[in-house]
Write a protein that binds this ligand. Sequence first.
Ligand code: ZN
Length: 133
Amino acid sequence: MKIDHLGIATKSIEEALRFWQDSLGLENVHTEVVEEQKVRVAMLPIGESRVELLEPISDDSPISKFLEKRGGGIHHIAVEVEDIEVALAKLKAEGARLIDETPRIGAEGCLIAFVHPAATGGVLLELTQKVKE
Ligand code: ZN
């Protein structure tokens, strides 16, 4: 497994890029809207991982709710797994609380599923499986 990305909630990707891109020197290589989660995302590679900036595109986006409650900051950690169905089945068998019992489609067409912070000691965890080429 590896850390695929760190999801960071922000009110404005443009504003966040002033730090992450202009000041720190990462490069925004990919921006897309993920309609299902009502967010715009920007991906900035860092080593073999990425920073994922998340900006809400509507007031009922999960990211809007997060920003209201907590302000900007780390929203989730994403771990890449070989087989997301196997990983979910194992977590379920272990009694871990899942947000998604079955995978859905995330940014870049990946299969993703979220694990509840109650199961991880307070961190929202995203499992992600790359689409096979
Ligand atoms: Zn993510």
